[in-house]
Design a protein around this ligand. Structure first.
Ligand SMILES: Cc1cc2nc3c(=O)[nH]c(=O)nc-3n(C[C@H](O)[C@H](O)[C@H](O)COP(=O)(O)OP(=O)(O)OC[C@H]3O[C@@H](n4cnc5c(N)ncnc54)[C@H](O)[C@@H]3O)c2cc1C
Length: 512
């Protein structure tokens, strides 16, 4: 990176979020930007997760950019290879590679109060930017639990998101730790190869049938010849999920019916009543992410699989010990134990206007205005920030809404002119968060009787959006300047009437 390089916008990450941001910036006529990516290629989630069986669990025609429809999706739920290829294709079609700095891990971001810009230190050198758009991903940094004795395990250990393809699992005694979205795809994909598979299940997931099939050449031809049909398909997929949201957010009791279907799904594949009991959750369906698979339960019913209904608590040499005392000797451990979600690693590296890190400012739990901006961190926005996750639909819908917000944010800065920054008012952030948390109280995620990765250490749900994607789209269409403090060059803040007054609109001052 050139010394003293300065850009208008620095985007961090080149997954769906970062690539989407880059295309959106271009569409806004902004070319003075860079994308900083720690890895050597684009793709984010879909580059890092290459485990056997990896695929999306939202249909591909919805789990893709609205501005880059893909008539060629091979399956209703396409595999990792195809999703990764799609993201590479988007990168090339929009000619984004020259603006992506690969191998550039962002180590530190600090706000320069004098010059109203971010200083960015990366593993490839330093630069400055007026605005930083952080798209480092909610499921990007693997989490491996701190298990006593793990360090001395003599066999192979890896996380689902860092699959070791050089390690041959054939005939091995393998432990799968965790029963989340990745684990339920891995188990059926490796069960027939391994000698013995021991699943350490702290909590069973609810698993529904997966309506997965190949998309026929005729359908693909139709989508190519008549692009409107791709849009119709996407619209239908979106509409169905949009209607389902009410049950998750307002009427969790209605999910009881879905629970019956899920129980039938277990009964169909698992004849052993003891195993069936171990696999049947005791919390409301939807409380944890509903998983989709036609092959998970049949794989667990195979004779070379043991389901330990308890979490892994200790490793003694090559023996794994569960919390309930069950022991299993294994050659390899695969952790499907998720990611650092509520403790977003980038937050440790962002130092704001008051000299504290974003992680420190989020000590009581992550919160951001409209899922994007935090008080004391001017001109810094997060894509898939706090409370923007979805329980049942495509994250791309949320990403695109946040990119609308980003585009308007930059437009507002232009309108304000000169060297200007926007800092979310603490009161506005608090008001937004209060509204979100109030709505959260009725949702299945908070009332369903489970603990999940949606909740932070104090039990607060700081990850999921408690509404429809339409509501979020509306909430992020435009930046409300009343929710921001305008900072002018040389660090002078245009004095707000009351920094905590969320209602006080600054639009009048701005216009003047
Ligand atoms: C296995 C799996 C399956 C999933 N399936 C679905 C699905 O079906 N539907 C759905 O809606 N969602 C799904 N998700 C969620 C998925 O994470 C999001 O849909 C989406 O891919 C997130 O995109 P992103 O760009 O925000 O983050 P990522 O794709 O995680 O990209 C983040 C990028 O930032 C880079 N980065 C991180 N930190 C730094 C740093 N300090 N400096 C520089 N670069 C950095 C990373 O290397 C990465 O390339 C799935 C997630 C996983 C793990």
């Amino acid at each position: 990176m050139a010394e003293h390089e300065h850009v208008r916008v620095a985007v961090i990450g080149s997954g769906f979020g970062g690539l989407g941001a880059a295309v959106r910036l271009r569409r806004e006529g902004i070319t003075d930007f860079v994308v900083l990516e720690r890895a050597e290629d684009v793709g984010g989630t879909w580059r890092d997760n290459s485990y056997p069986g990896c695929a999306c669990d939202v249909p591909s025609h919805l789990y893709s950019f609205s501005f880059a429809p893909n008539p060629e999706w091979p399956r209703t739920f396409s595999g990792q290879r195809h999703i990764r290829a799609y993201l590479e294709h988007v990168t090339d079609v929009f000619g984004l590679r020259p603006q992506i700095r690969f191998g550039a891990e962002v180590k530190l971001l600090s706000w320069d109060r004098e010059n109203l810009r971010w200083h960015i230190e990366t593993t490839r050198g330093a630069l400055t930017a007026d605005v930083v758009v952080s798209a480092t991903g909610p499921l990007s940094d693997p989490k491996v639990p701190d298990i006593p004795g793990l360090d001395s395990f003599p066999g192979k250990v890896f996380h689902s998101a860092r699959w070791d393809h050089d390690y041959d699992l054939r005939g091995k005694r393998v432990a799968m730790v965790g029963t989340g979205a990745s684990a339920i795809q891995i188990v059926p994909a490796i069960q027939s190869q391994v000698g013995r598979l021991t699943l350490f299940q702290r909590t069973p997931p609810w698993v529904m049938p997966r309506v997965d099939r190949a998309i026929s050449p005729a359908e693909r031809w139709l989508h190519r010849a008549l692009p409107l049909t791709t849009q119709l398909r996407r619209g239908l997929l979106w509409g169905i999920r949009e209607l389902q949201v009410q049950a998750f957010t307002k009427r969790p009791d209605e999910l009881g019916l879905v629970e019956q279907l899920a129980k039938r799904n277990i009964a169909r594949a698992v004849k052993d009543p003891a195993l069936r009991a171990r696999l049947t959750p005791d919390y409301r369906i939807g409380c944890k992410r509903i998983l989709l698979s036609n092959t998970y339960y049949p794989a667990l019913a195979r004779p070379n699989v043991d389901v330990v209904a308890s979490g892994l608590s200790e490793v003694r040499g090559s023996t794994l010990v569960a919390a309930d005392g069950t022991e299993a000797e294994v050659d390899a451990i695969v952790f499907g134990t998720g990611f650092h979600v509520t403790d977003m690693p980038i937050a440790e590296r962002v130092v704001g206007a008051e000299g504290i890190t974003l992680a420190e400012s989020w000590k009581g739990g992550m919160q951001a205005l409209r899922g994007a901006t935090a008080a004391g961190f001017p001109n810094f926005m997060t894509v898939i920030g706090p409370n923007t996750g979805l329980g049942n639909s495509s994250m791309i819908l949320m990403i695109e809404s946040q990119l609308n917000y980003m585009a308007d944010y930059l437009r507002q800065l232009d309108v304000l002119g000169g060297r200007t920054a926007l800092d979310a008012r603490p009161g506005a952030v608090a008001a937004w968060n209060h509204k979100v948390q109030e709505r959260m109280k009725r949702t299945v995620w908070n009332t369903g009787g489970c603990t999940s990765w949606y909740l932070d250490a104090s039990g607060r749900n700081t990850t999921v959006w408690p509404g429809t994607t339409t509501e979020f789209r509306r909430a992020t269409r435009q930046v409300d300047l009343g929710e921001y403090e305008v900072i002018r060059g040389a660090g002078t803040r245009q004095a707000p009437k009351s920094p905590d007054d969320a209602e006080a609109s600054r639009t009048d001052e701005v216009a003047a």
